[in-house]
Ligand binder design. Sequence first.
Ligand SMILES: Cc1cc2nc3c(=O)[nH]c(=O)nc-3n(C[C@H](O)[C@H](O)[C@H](O)COP(=O)(O)O)c2cc1C
Length: 178
Amino acid sequence: MIDFTARFSPRSFDDREVPDEVLRQVFDAARWAASSFNDQPWAFLVAPRDREDEWRAILECLVEGNRSWARGAPVLGFSFARGVFARNGRENRHAWHDVGQASAHLALAAADRGLQIHQMAGFSTEAVMEAFEPPEGWRPVAGIALGYPAEEPPANRPRGEVEEFVFGGAWDRPARFV
Ligand SMILES: Cc1cc2nc3c(=O)[nH]c(=O)nc-3n(C[C@H](O)[C@H](O)[C@H](O)COP(=O)(O)O)c2cc1C
């Protein structure tokens, strides 16, 4: 069984750089996510710290509350979603869902290698669009800070109970098995 509790969102990172080979492995995990019509409507723009201009351009798109801790991350990035299917240009209602799945793969693969990612909604979409000019139809979904964590997962990690969100065919009636 995958240890889901091993993944968490750190705010402090070790100075250690992440080898390109390891980065490749964790992004390879994203490749294998399920997606509607196998459209794979995700893209990741990623900069290790030694690509200084690119790394800083990503940092500058974050809101100050995130920038303050994310500047300690050796790798920064953004996920993007393509809102239309590649095959026919029709709206893909599940694009963001699929980017989320790919990102979850990425997060678990990272945790499996002693790394962690911290995803961020706190960024300026306009700034990302202006700085990186994604192709038509692509929008940024989340900022990503990635690296070896310099902290332990918090002792208290609030989570709802399974009974509270797994229903048995009628809303608010917990499923039999929970
Ligand atoms: C889409 C998304 C957006 C998030 N945005 C932020 C953010 O802007 N700033 C932040 O500090 N954490 C952000 N987080 C991290 C969450 O707060 C964190 O995942 C949640 O508190 C659960 O903690 P855990 O990931 O350590 O289990 C975000 C997480 C996700 C998945």
